[in-house]
Design a protein around this ligand. Structure first.
Ligand SMILES: Cc1cc2nc3c(=O)[nH]c(=O)nc-3n(C[C@H](O)[C@H](O)[C@H](O)COP(=O)(O)OP(=O)(O)OC[C@H]3O[C@@H](n4cnc5c(N)ncnc54)[C@H](O)[C@@H]3O)c2cc1C
Length: 512
């Protein structure tokens, strides 16, 4: 007989780890299932060798012995070797820091239509993508205008921003944010545990931007290192952790309510299951949607009951410029996550505040000879039912897992937005006296920003959404989905703080 728990949480990333911790703290016995699998060397000789060699090449002590060009050439060769098993994951800027923090694409395939690539960046293991070295650590709240409506987009959110306020606070207390508390019309204040003021080089950049565009909003980033939510859950004594458990479908009882989860062990292919009246699905936006598409109850498949399931996928339209600016005042080495943030940079000279726009995160590595400067613009995409995922017809992966077919592309509005963002980045570099060395003409492929959201959005009714306003599945009471799949739209902000706020809110609802 399958084991019984008060709740099962699927996925131990930012959302699942937090859900497990909060549910355990409320006295529930929780089974946490995670797909993370440690393979022995003989099962993954190439990946293990590439990962170990990249680790050695990125050892800072090597920089004192070897010429940087040699290290660069070595890294390029290793990236090439990495592509054999990880053709998608090598596209992520952070792959080079720890290749084995990312999934093996050959073991976890998916498909896309011809001419519409989607870069699905994934990490399996405790902490999920939040734990990946190189994670941006940026945490910003959504503001009232992000929940809409906007002039070019109706509001898909079933509540206003005030519904999230206490939950943002709760999550921020756990994160212990560092950063600036600059007043912004678009990014509401957060609880900052460690206020930070601009250092000498940031002062120069902020002042230069302020002189050129007095109306531009600018602030220091809000950032935090990863939090060990699984450890917090474990400390309550109420957690059962099961790794090597790749969830396949949500089980339902004869009453149509969620009753458990079925998984398979990716190493052996063996199936297992457990029972609970509460299930939190937190396997990341696309994976949770895949599991939902593979689930059903006595009334039929969830996709038959919920026309919005798999639809309204979004991602940030992302464009990056890199180059060299004149020498900036030397400062101590910057902390990971620290940068200058320019929310709604599209409004630097005024404009329609009720429309969709973009923000820019500006990083500079200070060096006496000049500063290597990277500016990343994230633009908001309008959710469309045409951007969707389905289960690939007749195709399965290893052990018979149904594959995901991801059909998402930038359309005319996103391409126009990207062109505008590109010109803005050129202007920004010119304003700070920097030379652009790399700046693609068009946006990165969908998925590359690693901010993919939607697929099981929350909303006001079962015709246009998959989840009710408390993140509970309309067609399967007891099932909560609280990762990025639930977001009806995603503003310009990095999404994880809002994903975690929705998770905390849903946990309180479930416990009630
Ligand atoms: C390099 C990088 C930088 C980033 N920087 C930022 C940033 O600065 N700010 C920001 O807001 N966001 C950032 N992101 C995105 C952020 O990491 C994600 O939004 C966040 O991790 C989403 O949390 P999650 O819990 O939904 O999913 P994940 O973190 O992806 O966790 C999913 C978990 O589910 C598990 N899992 C997957 N499939 C299954 C299955 N079938 N069964 C059981 N378990 C499963 C995985 O093992 C994993 O532990 C970044 C991402 C990357 C890769």
């Amino acid at each position: 007989m399958a084991a019984r728990h008060d709740a099962i949480v699927v996925g131990a990333g930012a959302s699942g780890g937090l859900a497990a911790a909060l549910l355990c703290e409320q006295g529930l016995s929780v089974l946490l299932l995670d797909a993370g699998t440690e393979y022995p060397f003989w099962r993954k000789p190439l990946s293990k060798t590439v990962a170990a060699t990249i680790g050695a090449v990125s050892d800072p002590r090597l920089a004192n012995i070897l010429h940087p060009r040699l290290i660069n050439a070595g890294t390029r060769v290793l990236r090439g070797a990495g592509r054999i098993r990880q053709p998608v994951q090598t596209e992520c800027f952070a792959w080079v820091q720890k290749p084995d923090a990312f999934v093996d694409d050959k073991d976890h395939p998916y498909e896309t239509p011809d001419g519409a690539p989607f870069t699905w960046i994934r990490s399996h293991g405790l902490g999920g993508r939040m734990m990946v070295p190189g994670h941006g650590r940026q945490y910003y709240r959504f503001g009232a205008t992000d929940l809409g409506p906007k002039t070019d987009m109706p509001s898909p959110w079933p509540f206003g921003i005030e519904a999230l306020e206490p939950w943002y606070q709760k999550v921020e207390r756990h994160l212990g944010l560092a950063g600036g508390q600059d007043a912004s019309d678009f990014i509401p204040d957060s609880l900052i545990a460690r206020p930070v003021s601009p250092n000498a080089s940031e002062e120069v950049v902020l002042e230069t931007i302020g002189r050129k565009w007095p109306g531009a909003e600018k602030m220091l980033s809000r950032y935090a290192p990863p939090v060990d939510f699984v450890g917090m859950a474990d400390a309550t004594g109420r957690l059962t952790l099961r790794v090597r458990a790749n969830a396949q479908r949500i089980l339902a009882g004869p009453d149509g309510k969620a009753s458990g989860v079925e998984w398979l062990d990716p190493m052996t292919g063996q199936r297992g299951s457990a029972q609970a009246p509460l299930v939190f699905l937190c396997a990341s936006a696309l994976e949770s949607t895949r599991i939902l598409l593979n689930s059903g109850n006595a009334s039929g498949g969830l996709s038959d009951q919920l026309p919005a399931l798999g639809r309204y996928l979004t991602d940030h339209v992302m464009l990056k410029a890199e180059g060299i600016s004149p020498p900036l005042p030397m400062t101590d080495a910057s902390e990971p996550g620290r940068c200058v943030y320019l929310p709604r940079f599209d409004l630097r000279e005024g404009g329609n505040r009720e429309s969709r726009g973009y923000g820019v995160q500006l990083y500079a590595t200070v060096n006496p000879a000049g500063a290597w400067t990277t500016a990343v613009a994230f633009g908001e995409m309008a959710p469309s039912p045409e951007n969707r995922v389905t289960l690939a017809k007749g195709k399965t992966g290893k052990w018979g897992t149904p594959l995901l077919h991801i059909d998402m592309k930038w359309r005319e509005p996103e391409m126009t937005l990207a062109a505008i963002m590109g010109r803005a980045l050129d202007e920004l570099f010119e304003a700070i006296g920097a030379k652009v060395l790399v700046r693609p003409a068009g946006p990165a492929n969908p998925g590359t920003s690693v901010h993919e959201c939607g697929g099981a959005r929350l909303g006001a009714d079962a015709q246009t959404s998959v989840l009710d306003p408390d993140n509970q599945c309309w067609a399967m009471p007891g099932l909560y989905v609280t990762d990025g799949a639930a977001l009806p739209s995603q503003g310009i902000q990095n999404p994880t703080l809002t994903i975690m706020a929705l998770t905390a809110r849903a946990c309180a609802h479930a416990v009630r």
